[in-house]
Design a protein around this ligand. Structure first.
Ligand code: HEC
Ligand code: HEC
Length: 226
């Protein structure tokens, strides 16, 4: 009997077993043993490989708190474990099985237009992020790898829209990646006072504080002259 159980355990291919064990210990409490979802997390049976890979590579999953916007963290798994986990979940998912293709050598000028039209309103012109609504922050993409950028574009995490190939085709995606690379190298300068490039959230805050100070000053002046 013991020998039989042992033989059965040994006959499971080591890799699939590892991914299954990882899924059970690190994902199933929220996404369900059969990836059906539940009160703690959505179903993964239609998840795309790009979405899964993005969530794991950027450390968003496993989540720490449920139904909160996840933030970028160091990944919990090695690259090999991530690709095995993605393959394991994708065996049950009816979503898109392939990761987005990416090529170097995109056109900067064209990428700048794609970025301005589709991304800047949320991520700001610098790519350093912005506050779009209560608790929904479009984060900085300064640390994103080209593959992660392409995965975010194709899978639309959280409230970010999903940009399919009919909106941004492969050539424009490669152009966009070239432009994001350029932003990451710190080559964008919006002009005017940069306030040490602290980014739009703090710059907005500084403008607000300075604006209030000016209003108080004006109000006091008006008050004393009559
Ligand atoms: C503590 C609960 C929890 C754990 C553990 C967890 N998740 Fe999640 N997951 C969530 C919630 C809640 C969401 C919904 C979006 C959010 O909160 O960011 C989510 C979203 C996702 C998404 C995006 C699905 C979609 O519809 O957009 C993927 C893919 C995912 N999780 C994969 C995983 C994998 C793989 C693991 C294990 C390594 C894991 N998650 C562990 C709670 C969890
Ligand atoms: C409606 C606002 C919105 C638009 C438009 C948008 N995004 Fe996003 N983006 C977000 C939000 C919100 C997140 C965070 C998602 C999460 O936390 O799961 C995000 C996440 C990302 C990330 C992940 C960064 C990280 O922290 O790892 C990248 C990369 C990214 N977006 C690139 C883009 C690009 C490129 C475009 C244009 C094609 C774009 N986004 C358009 C809102 C937006």
């Amino acid at each position: 009997m013991i020998a039989f159980v042992l033989a059965a355990a040994l006959s499971v291919p080591a890799k699939a077993g590892d991914a299954a064990a990882l899924y059970q210990t690190r994902c199933s409490s929220c996404h369900g043993l059969n990836m059906q979802g539940g009160p703690q997390g959505p179903s993964l049976i239609n998840a795309d490989a790009a979405d899964l890979d993005f969530m794991l590579q950027t450390g968003r999953m496993p989540a720490e708190r449920t139904w909160e916007q996840e933030v970028r963290k160091p990944p919990s798994f090695t690259h090999t474990q991530i690709s095995e986990l993605v393959a394991y979940v994708m065996k049950k998912s009816s979503g898109d099985q392939s990761l987005p293709a990416i090529h170097s050598g995109g056109d900067l000028g064209s990428g700048r237009i794609v970025y301005a039209e589709n991304c800047a309103q949320c991520h700001s012109a610098t790519g350093k992020g912005n506050n779009i609504a209560y608790r929904n922050v479009a984060p900085s993409m300064m640390d994103s790898t080209p593959l992660e950028v392409a995965e975010a574009v194709r899978s639309g995490p959280d409230v970010m829209p999903k940009f399919g190939p009919r909106v941004i085709d492969q050539k424009h995606l490669d152009d966009l990646l070239a432009y994001v690379r350029w932003l990451q190298a710190g080559k964008y300068n919006a002009g005017g006072f940069s306030l040490s490039n602290w980014g739009p959230i703090s710059e907005g805050f500084i403008a607000w504080v300075a604006g209030i100070a000016l209003l108080v000053f004006l109000a006091r002046r008006i008050g004393t002259t009559d």
